[in-house]
Design a protein around this ligand. Structure first.
Ligand code: C5P
Length: 128
């Protein structure tokens, strides 16, 4: 699994999940599963095109990774929009957040639990 930290100066794109019930309504870094033989970078570009309707340049990975299951790791890659305006094709909604908003969403339990490991790194990227 590869998730995208879509960043612009001072803000990060979050996507609100529709399913499964335990995380429906919570916010995540959008992304998905790599197909056989597909690199994480290519998988993220494809998933963000499908889910958000943007083409991105993929940058450095976040340091943390998450074990979703024994056999399924999730990494996050930074990404920058090259073309397109984000649109929620598969999510309930999209939202740009700054550092204060991200921290408030973490504190309020509004993020998908697995994605909370990335918040410290994302806050550092976003600045004050
Ligand atoms: O997006 P998709 O349905 O393929 O995600 C599969 C699983 O990965 C879900 O159970 C979801 O909770 C988890 N996931 C996550 N954080 C993300 C993306 C997916 O925890 N950013």
């Amino acid at each position: 699994m590869v998730a995208g930290a879509v960043l612009e100066p001072g803000r990060l794109l979050l996507a609100q999940r529709r399913y499964p019930p335990e995380v429906a309504g919570k916010w995540e870094l959008p992304g998905g599963k790599a197909e056989p033989g597909e690199s994480p970078e290519a998988a993220l570009r494809r998933e963000l095109a499908e889910e958000i309707g943007v083409s991105v340049t993929v940058g450095a990975a976040l340091r943390e990774s998450v074990a979703l299951r024994d056999d399924l790791m999730m990494i996050a890659l930074r990404a920058r929009i090259e073309a397109g305006v984000p649109h929620p094709a598969e999510h309930e909604a999209l939202q740009w957040v700054d550092a204060a908003q991200l921290r408030a969403m973490l504190d309020a339990g509004r993020l998908v639990p697995a994605d909370t490991v990335w918040v410290p790194e994302l806050l550092a990227d976003l600045g004050p």
